[in-house]
Ligand binder design. Structure first.
Ligand code: G6P
Length: 629
């Protein structure tokens, strides 16, 4: 986890690094720090907690220079204390490292280094890297005196050191023994190099550097970049030159800003009509109803031949996958199994060349999802990813990708990702139904007409935000919530409960409404808020059947004292009459209703979180991308 940044050029480094860290905070916010070398002298500032604490430390004890590195941390090894905050250095204070990732063999390396006389001051795996580089830089062997060995360039020392590391890491390193240089390494977690005019950047993600340059390239696994004021050189771990394609990023940096909203989360909830529109843009013909996927290494014949689909994902993406399962099974009649990425990889999954494995991931960086993808590939399965971040790990390793075009998502609790992923899954389900000859063009066209209407419908839901805020005021003091739904509405209930836990710290559970009698009914006490998704597509007999059953569940819960908050479709009479509170949503087909239902549940969680004084953008103990197991 964590975010790294480095800058070398002719500007004052501290504001550049702090601003980059500000944009990387979504990756972790247990501590922050930066290191600068000026006139050969190393200066480090670190602070526990959020970036503002580091800013205060710097205000009291300023530092300056034209190159340096910074870090914002999500603690893995070692408590979130100042001592364990990055940057970390070796015992002589010559090599300084910031690190995102995990070093699996750090204890073994630490013991070896301690036996050679290195003294460690932190509990982190990262400190080992600094010691190791310092050892190679000085060419010191066990028992040799300091300074007696040949001095090696920083990049050579880094290359020697990283070859000894096991694990995943993105690093930025500076040294007082080799000035005016930042060495960056990627082996796993993302690292992007920004190319400015006489200034160069390394960062964990594009928004960290986008304000300074839009020309950049993503480092590949096994790359070492050497940044000096004169340019960037790229090699592999053995020193052989490497080239990567430079990209010009067209999105507006403002997209990664709050843009007048109080929180990123709120802004991102409001961006959903655009995110959904951009995700469907250019992917189907309204005239013929034909869906097109981007070019990929999975042919139509492959898609026709798969016997089953496994979807592997975590968090909100897994909830989208559960709704996607229903879409794909209904429209393309292929069995779909959805798994927690963290479970899939450890249970020797039954996957082979007749299985399509799909990876759903906003970031493309979730460690378990990457591991699941590799496991499936090793067993001969083709992989198709649905991802929001261009060039991230999962799409890079996949046989094909459907990108969601939601734009950067900064709020740690995903919102626009959910609806953008559902849009991509819906399109994929229609595509698969078409090429498997299960969807006549007329039916496909009707499904796509519904999709086209969706952004406007989402806008109309957002216009009712004040009502959701009122509901939040009514419920924010509760200590529990129950969310119920059937069919495609159950994954939405799961997502509603997850958002409530994450944004407001209120305990929330979600169940398929039909499971109530098997346990959750016992939880109902007087006044317990029960959110029931009771929408209905009156054109569908199945939907009406589910609606009828859900009404029975509402009656049972009400009889036991629950306070019912129901999500209903425009024109509803029955549920509206029996519910204590209700939210009316526009009519769409049942599969797409998942998207309109998600919005009020996100806003309810958001407003409750704000009323309870929670940090809705950065909930405690969490991070946006879980890049460690
Ligand atoms: C973390 C984030 C969630 C996200 C999940 C999966 O838990 O806080 O918002 O849904 O990771 O992330 P991914 O990037 O793989 O979709």
């Amino acid at each position: 986890m964590s975010g790294i940044i480095g800058y070398i050029g002719n500007k004052r480094v501290v504001p550049v690094v702090l601003e980059g860290l500000q944009r990387l905070q979504y990756r972790g916010y247990d501590s922050a720090g930066l290191a600068v070398i000026r006139d050969g002298v190393l200066q480090i500032r670190r602070a526990k907690g959020k970036l503002r604490n580091l800013e205060e430390v710097i205000r009291l004890n300023p530092l300056d220079g034209t190159y340096g590195i910074g870090h914002t941390r999500w603690a893995t090894h070692g408590a979130p204390t100042e001592e364990n905050a990055h940057p970390h250095r070796d015992c002589h204070g010559t090599v300084v490292v910031v690190h995102n990732g995990i070093i699996e063999n750090y204890l073994e390396l630490r013991r070896q280094l301690e036996a050679e006389g290195h003294r460690f001051t932190t509990e982190t795996d990262t400190e080992v890297i600094a010691h190791l580089i310092e050892k190679h830089q000085n060419g010191l062997r066990a028992g040799a005196e300091e300074g007696s060995g040949r001095a090696t360039s920083l990049e050579d020392a880094v290359r020697q050191a990283v070859r000894q590391l096991k694990g995943v890491f993105a690093l930025a390193i500076i040294s007082t023994k080799d000035l005016n240089k930042i060495v960056a390494v990627r082996q796993g977690p993302p690292a992007v190099i920004g190319l400015g005019k006489d200034e160069y950047f390394v960062g964990s993600d594009v928004p960290a550097i986008l304000y300074h340059t839009r020309d950049l390239f993503f480092m590949g696994d096994g790359d070492v970049a050497i940044l000096t004021p004169n340019g960037v050189k790229l090699t592999d771990f053995d020193g052989h030159p490497v080239t990567r394609r430079v990209q010009h990023i067209s999105w507006d940096p403002i997209l990664a800003e709050k843009g007048g909203f109080k929180h990123f989360t709120l802004k991102e909830i409001y961006e959903q009509p655009r995110a959904v529109r951009d995700t469907m843009l250019g992917r189907f013909s309204p005239e013929t109803g034909q869906v097109f996927l981007d070019e990929m290494d999975i042919t139509e014949d492959d898609f026709r031949s798969f016997r089953e689909i496994k979807i592997v994902a975590a968090g909100t993406s897994r909830h989208a996958a559960l709704a996607g399962k229903i879409m794909i099974e209904r429209l393309a009649r292929v069995p779909v199994e959805v798994d927690y990425a963290s479970e899939f990889r450890y249970r020797d999954p039954l996957v082979d060349s007749r299985t399509l494995t799909m990876l759903l991931t906003q970031s493309g960086e979730t460690a378990d999802t990457i591991a699941g993808q590799r496991e499936a590939q090793a067993k001969g399965s083709k992989t198709l990813s649905v991802c929001n971040v261009l060039g991230s790990m999962v799409p890079r390793e996949a046989n094909g990708t459907i990108y969601t075009h939601a734009g950067p998502e900064i709020g740690v609790g995903s919102t626009k990702t959910f609806t953008a992923e559902l849009t991509a899954l819906y399109l994929f389900a229609v595509y698969l139904g078409q090429i498997r000859s299960l969807l006549p063009p007329g039916d496909a066209k009707a499904l796509l007409v519904d999709l086209t209407a969706l952004p406007k419908q989402l806008e109309s839901v957002l216009q009712k935000d004040e009502d959701f805020e009122d509901l939040a005021r009514h419920f924010y003091r509760t200590s529990d919530f129950l969310f119920l739904g059937r069919g495609v509405h159950f994954p939405v209930a799961l997502e509603g409960a997850l958002k409530m836990k994450k944004l407001s710290y209120i305990h929330a559970e979600a169940y398929p409404a039909g499971e109530m009698k098997h346990g959750p009914n016992a939880l109902i006490t007087d006044g317990l808020p029960v959110v029931v998704i009771a929408t209905c597509d009156s054109r569908s007999a199945d939907s009406k059947l589910r609606y009828g059953r859900t009404i029975a569940n509402i009656k049972e819960a009400k009889a036991r004292g629950a306070a019912i908050l129901a999500l209903v479709t425009e024109g509803d009479r029955e549920v509206t009459e029996m519910a204590d509170h209700f939210i009316t949503l526009p009519q769409t087909n049942e599969l797409l209703s998942a998207l309109v239902e998600a919005v009020p549940l996100q806003l309810l969680a958001y407003h409750i979180g704000v009323l309870r004084g929670c940090d809705v953008d950065q909930p405690r103990n969490l991070a946006k991308s879980v890049t460690v197991e």
